[in-house]
Design a protein around this ligand. Structure first.
Ligand SMILES: O=C(O)CCC(=O)C(=O)O
Length: 290
């Protein structure tokens, strides 16, 4: 699939229908669900067998209510799926980035996987992002690019992403950093015609490439379903201003120092684990993508 680089430069984004086989993307969705399913089973929220999408979604809401720490750790584990990271490195994406002009594409930050619904968030920012530009937090190359992939079909009711065509050419718009991203300031908003925002309805397998200067925001999920998506961010190590600025990298990643499960593991448990030769270890069950 060849990306339309001229259209990308003009409108700041390009949508590629069926960029991936939907089944490839469904596999990531299924694995993300399997992470949550393991904790749902621990709490008896679902059984061992197949779970339909509606029952799974209901169990997501219940898990969020009864065990927020485990729910949020599932969310963190889902960010580290090998399948997710592998897709972010896929040659088709790298080739697409080169087509858009990135001479030396490089990862900006780890992939992210979203599972958005108002019932799965304590704060609005955890399920819906207001108008912003990703460059504000990334501070990478001028041609840095986001690849945004739906893990399910996403229409307007499910909160399709909204983009402002051509807004990348405004450059960096005034914003205040909060919760890790830059909220466009009231003053700057006055100069933006939000009536020009376009809802990008997508199907699983589609890929939206957009400039990190493009103004965009989450749509509003008014459905009962979860909006599953994943987002990859790339810089260009060959872009002159990035080289000149010494390749700034604003992300911090470090372990916490306190024990997260105090007293664990007791020594006998470790010995027994290694001496049991794996007989008692059930395989992780996967869950079909919705
Ligand atoms: O998927 C969304 O709704 C917004 C994602 C986004 O804008 C971001 O991660 O910067």
């Amino acid at each position: 699939m060849t990306l339309d680089a001229a259209l990308y430069r003009e409108q700041g984004y390009v949508l590629c229908r069926r960029f991936f086989d939907p089944d490839e993307v469904a596999a990531i969705h299924a694995e993300a669900k399997a992470v949550f399913a393991a904790q749902m089973r621990r709490h008896g929220l679902i059984g061992q067998g197949e779970v339909d999408e509606a029952a799974f979604t209901e169990a997501m809401f219940r898990l969020f209510e009864i065990d927020l720490p485990a729910f949020s750790n599932c969310g963190k584990q889902a960010q580290h799926l090998i399948s997710l990271h592998r897709l972010s490195l896929d040659e088709r994406i790298v080739e697409g980035l080169r087509t858009l002009g990135l001479g030396f594409p490089n990862i900006s930050t780890r992939p992210v996987l979203y599972f958005n619904h108002p019932r799965l968030a304590k704060k609005e920012v955890y399920w819906r992002l207001a108008l912003h530009q990703d460059w504000r937090s990334m501070q990478g190359s001028l041609d840095s690019t986001v690849v945004w992939l739906p893990l399910v079909d996403i229409d307007r009711r499910l909160g399709a992403l909204e983009v402002l065509p051509g807004s990348h050419k405004r450059g960096l718009v005034e914003a205040d950093m909060e919760d890790g991203y830059g909220h466009i300031s009231e003053a700057a908003r006055a100069g933006i015609d939000e009536g020009q925002l376009i809802s990008v309805e997508v199907e699983r397998g589609d890929a939206l490439f957009f400039s990190t200067f493009l103004l965009h925001q989450s749509g509003t999920n008014v459905s009962d379903a979860i909006r599953w998506s994943c987002h990859f961010r790339y810089n260009d190590l060959a872009e002159a201003s990035f080289v000149e600025r010494g390749f700034p990298h604003p992300y911090v990643y470090h372990p916490v120092e306190e024990a997260l499960t105090p007293g664990f593991p007791p020594p006998d448990m470790v010995r027994d684990y290694f001496e049991s030769a794996g007989e008692d270890r059930p395989p992780i069950k996967s869950v079909a993508a919705g």
